[in-house]
Design a protein around this ligand. Structure first.
Ligand SMILES: [Zn+2]
Ligand SMILES: [Zn+2]
Length: 218
């Protein structure tokens, strides 16, 4: 309701008129090939594994994102997560659909929100993105996962990896191939924990799709 009443300002640049302006959307840094075939990191030349994912236990087949997680993408995702601005999920989905081919999967699912966050925000941003994408791709969107405990701690990379291990379980048998949607790919630890749960529930293949991806400079 508030979204309709309050004067709208771009969540990135503050200009009035819309929740996010066309200029800021156009400037989000689209991820361009060459990418690591597995984790989707931008690389200098096409590789099957990159420095970021080589030697790591990863339970998904591919991860792809539409844009790099720069300051503008961060502000957009933050507003969409914390304030639940519905329009932003649709804008994010439009960019994902424009950048990535429709996944060849049986269904779309999403990283579940932890209960306290969901109660606090009244929505799950990953679910909203997944539903928008599933509609565009004409695929079913199925809630397949739940959290087994506590929160989704964000912290150091090592902390994130530890905190998400075993943090998810499937709530029902999984289709054979699934696209797992989240808002941001950071270390891949959450995506791997969710993919492991889906595979334990029968998925043979999980492909991860996110709006944004953290880019490591090295
Ligand atoms: Zn703007
Ligand atoms: Zn990689």
């Amino acid at each position: 309701m508030l979204e309709l009443v309050l004067p709208q300002r771009c969540v990135v640049c503050g200009r009035g008129g819309s929740q996010v302006c066309g200029g800021c959307l156009a400037e989000l840094p689209r991820l361009e090939p060459p990418l690591c075939e597995r984790c989707g990191a931008p690389v200098a030349w096409p590789v099957e594994r990159c420095r970021e994912c080589a030697g790591r236990r990863i339970a998904f087949v591919t991860a792809r994102a539409a844009v790099g997680y720069d300051d503008a993408a961060r502000r957009l995702v933050h507003a969409w997560k914390e304030r639940g601005l519905r329009r932003l999920a649709a804008e994010a989905a439009a960019i994902v659909a424009e950048r990535l081919p429709p996944p060849e999967v049986d269904a779309v699912t999403f990283v579940p929100a932890d209960r306290s966050r969901r109660l606090e925000r009244g929505h799950n941003p990953a679910e909203r993105l997944a539903r928008e994408l599933a509609a565009r791709w004409e695929l079913p969107c199925l809630p397949l996962l739940a959290r087994t405990r506590g929160g989704r701690q964000r912290g150091s990379t090592a902390t994130e990896r530890r905190s998400v291990r075993g943090a998810f379980r499937a709530t029902r048998p999984s289709p054979r191939s699934v696209a797992l949607v989240d808002d941001v790919y950071t270390t891949g630890a959450t995506a791997t924990a969710c993919s492991s749960a889906l595979r334990a529930a029968g998925a043979r293949r999980v492909d991860v799709v996110t709006f944004a991806r953290a880019i490591r400079r090295s």
